[in-house]
Ligand binder design. Structure first.
Ligand SMILES: Nc1nc2c(ncn2[C@@H]2O[C@H](COP(=O)(O)OP(=O)(O)OP(=O)(O)O)[C@@H](O)[C@H]2O)c(=O)[nH]1
Ligand SMILES: [Mg+2]
Length: 146
């Protein structure tokens, strides 16, 4: 019997490094300059025998957008990115609240761009996509929590 496939959403304001993260994870190197994502992008991944579809939600998509409830409500887990900007942390908190209203899955908070600055906030993992630091840890943890 095929095991269940889980959908994980990758959230965070524009520029926190969601696309760069997924590309680097799939060995496509580090992208210095990327355009904001326009469409939710899907990646399929397997950790610890757990099949996961990782869906990036573009930061330009408003939290109040009608499609947002569907994206979040159909997900079993959320990985929320912030970076060296305080505003990105505040928005990450809002995403977390919104996700937990729509789904009862696990949420992981990730600070990216540790090579630039580490903000003094609680998080589950601090990573640097640029330096390739701790990249698989969030998804490994998510696979354990599902
Ligand atoms: N210094 C540094 N820059 C990074 C890091 N990770 C990503 N970036 C840069 O951050 C910028 C934005 O990255 P994206 O991956 O496009 O951000 P995003 O979250 O997908 O943005 P949207 O698609 O608009 O929601 C790019 O110029 C990346 O090179 C990092 O660890 N360190
Ligand atoms: Mg993107």
């Amino acid at each position: 019997m095929a095991s269940q496939q889980y959908k994980i959403v990758l959230l965070g304001i524009s520029g926190t490094g969601k696309t760069t993260y997924l590309q680097r994870l799939f060995n496509e190197g580090f992208e210095q300059r990327l355009l904001p994502s326009r469409q939710p992008g899907f990646y399929q991944i397997n950790f610890h025998g757990q099949d996961m579809i990782v869906q990036e939600i573009p930061g330009t998509l408003m939290i109040s957008d009608t499609s947002m409830d569907h994206h979040l409500g159909s997900a079993q887990g959320a990985i929320i990115f912030y970076d060296d900007r305080e505003v990105s942390y505040r928005r990450a908190q809002q995403w977390k609240k919104k996700f937990l209203q729509l789904s009862n899955g696990p949420v992981l908070m990730i600070q990216n761009k540790s090579d630039v600055k580490i903000l003094d906030h609680d998080n589950d993992f601090t990573i640097s996509v640029k330096q390739g630091l701790s990249l698989s840890k969030p998804l490994e943890k998510m696979a354990q929590l599902l």
